[in-house]
Design a binder for this molecule. Structure first.
Ligand code: GDP
Length: 400
C-alpha cells in the first residue's frame, strides 16, 4: 500500500501538526522519522490544545499506532514526560499503540548541557539534539538498545570525556546512569523492531502516514547551512530514518501563507515594523518549544520552488491564510534582483474574516487570487487550505 508523507516546506512551524492530525484520522499508522523533542506541533481539538514534541501527532487519534523510527533521537526524560502528560489528560497510550525503535540514539543530559553551552550561535532549542547527532555520526553514540543491554554507564563516561563535560558540572557517569536507568526501564516496553512493524503494516495494506518535523530549509544538507537542524528534514530522511522502502503516493508540503524563522540565519523576505508585528500577533508566532518570538516575512517563492524540487510534493497544504486578513497589499517574493534581494509582486489584500468559510467559492476574490497565484507559480495543486487553528477550519479533501 502506498504511504503518505507530510513535510514542512519552510523553516518549520508551518502548521504541520494540524494537517497531520487531520490526516491521521484516515491512517492506521503514523511515523516520526527524524528530529527529536526540539519539534513542537500544536494541535487543537475539542477546546483542548496539545503540544507534541517527539510523539507522532497520530497519538491523539485513538485508532492509530504510532512509530518513533530509528532516525529520531530520544530524550528519555522528555519522552516519558510527554507520555505521562497525555495519559493524564485521558489519552490511551499503552505499548503497542506506541513503538520506539531500539536504534534511536539517546539524548543524554550531557548533550543537553553541551547544547545549552554552545548552541546559541545557531539558535538551537538547547534540547541536545545537535550534540546527540554529533555523537551518532562520530560513531560513539548511545542507542536505546545499547543502554538496555548494559552499556549505559560506560557510554556516559565516554561522552563526559569526549565533550569535556566535567567543566559543565557533569562528571559522574554513575550518577547520570542512576538517573537515566529507571526512566529507560519505564520506556522499555515501548521499544520494538519498528522496521519490521512498518514493513508488516505496509504489507497488510494499512494506511501509513509519515510525519516530518521542522522544514525543508532546516535540512542538514539542503537547508540554509549552518543555520539548520541536525537531521534530514526532506523526503530522503523518511527512507534513512524509517528504514523501510515505501512508495509515497501523496507527498504533502505544508506551506505557511507567509514566512517565519526561529533563530539565526538568512531570511531574504524578512520584514520588521508594524507588518511583522501584525503577523507575529495574528499568527501567534512564538516558538512552541522555547517561546521565542519568530522572525516574520513575506512568502518566498524561489525558496519554495527549491523545496518542491527536493521533495516532489504532489500537493500543498497552505496554512494560516487567515493571518493575512487585513493586510493590504500582500507581497510575495517571485525572484531575486542581481544583488540577490527579493523581487516582490504586490497583491490585493482582503478584509473580511475567513475563519468560518467552508467552501472555496466563498473565499474573498483577492484571497482566491493569492492562493491561485502560488499554485500556478509552484506548479503544485493547493489541495488543502487552513483558515484557522481549529480542526474544522480546513478547506479541501483529505481523502486519498
Ligand atoms: P508545526 O510545528 O508545523 O506543527 O507548527 P506549530 O504547531 O508550531 O504552529 C502552528 C500553530 O499555528 C499552532 O498554534 C496551530 O494551532 C496554529 N495554526 C495551524 N494552522 C493554522 C491556521 O490556518 N490559522 C491559524 N490562525 N493558526 C493555525
Amino acid at each position: 500500500m502506498p504511504a503518505t508523507i507530510v513535510l514542512g516546506a519552510q523553516w518549520g512551524d508551518e502548521g504541520k501538526g494540524k494537517v497531520v492530525d487531520a490526516l491521521a484520522s484516515a491512517s492506521d499508522v503514523v511515523v516520526r522519522f527524524q528530529g527529536g523533542a526540539n519539534a513542537g506541533h500544536t494541535v487543537q481539538h475539542a477546546g483542548v490544545t496539545s503540544i507534541l514534541h517527539l510523539l507522532p501527532s497520530g497519538v491523539l487519534q485513538p485508532h492509530t499506532r504510532n512509530v518513533i523510527a530509528s532516525g529520531c533521537v530520544v530524550d528519555p526524560f522528555a519522552l516519558l514526560e510527554e507520555i505521562r502528560t497525555l495519559v493524564e489528560s485521558g489519552t490511551e497510550l499503552a505499548p503497542g499503540r506506541l513503538l520506539v525503535s531500539g536504534r534511536c540514539h539517546l539524548v543524554t543530559p550531557i548533550h543537553r548541557a553541551v547544547d545549552q553551552a554552545t548552541g546559541g550561535a545557531v539558535g538551537t532549542t538547547g534540547r541536545g539534539i545537535g550534540p546527540c547527532h554529533g555523537d551518532r555520526i562520530l560513531r560513539r553514540g548511545l542507542r536505546i538498545r545499547d543502554a538496555l543491554d548494559g552499556f549505559l554507564e560506560e557510554r556516559l563516561a565516554a561522552q563526559i570525556a569526549s565533550w569535556g563535560a566535567g567543566s559543565l558540572g557533569l562528571d559522574e557517569p554513575a550518577l547520570l546512569a542512576a538517573q537515566m536507568a529507571p526512566v529507560l526501564e519505564t520506556l522499555a516496553p515501548y521499544v520494538a523492531d519498528t522496521e519490521a512493524a512498518l514493513a508488516e503494516a505496509l504489507a497488510r495494506d494499512e494506511r501509513v502516514l509519515y510525519e516530518g518535523a521542522q522544514g525543508a530549509l532546516l535540512d542538514i544538507d539542503h537547508g540554509t547551512y549552518p543555520f539548520v537542524t541536525s537531521s534530514s528534514t526532506t523526503i530522503g530522511g523518511a527512507f534513512t530514518g524509517g528504514g523501510v522502502w515505501v512508495t509515497f503516493e501523496r507527498r504533502i508540503g505544508v506551506v505557511k501563507a507567509y514566512t517565519t524563522r526561529v533563530g539565526n540565519g538568512p531570511f531574504p523576505t524578512e520584514i520588521e515594523g508594524p507588518t511583522a508585528e501584525f503577523l507575529r500577533e495574528r499568527g501567534r508566532e512564538y516558538g512552541a518549544t522555547t517561546g521565542r518570538p519568530r522572525r516574520c516575512g513575506w512568502l518566498d517563492l524561489p525558496l519554495l520552488a527549491q523545496a518542491v524540487r527536493t521533495n516532489g510534493y504532489t500537493e500543498i497544504a497552505l496554512t494560516k491564510i487567515d493571518c493575512l486578513t487585513g493586510l493590504d497589499p500582500v507581497r510575495v517574493a517571485t525572484g531575486r534582483d542581481p544583488d540577490g534581494a527579493p523581487v516582490y509582486r504586490e497583491m490585493e489584500g482582503w478584509g473580511s474574516d475567513i475563519g468560518e468559510v467552508r467552501d472555496w467559492d466563498d473565499l474573498p476574490r483577492a484571497c482566491r487570487e493569492y492562493v491561485g497565484f502560488i499554485e500556478t507559480a509552484l506548479g503544485v495543486p493547493i489541495a488543502l487550505l487552513s483558515t484557522g487553528p481549529g480542526r474544522d477550519q480546513l478547506l479541501g479533501s483529505l481523502e486519498p
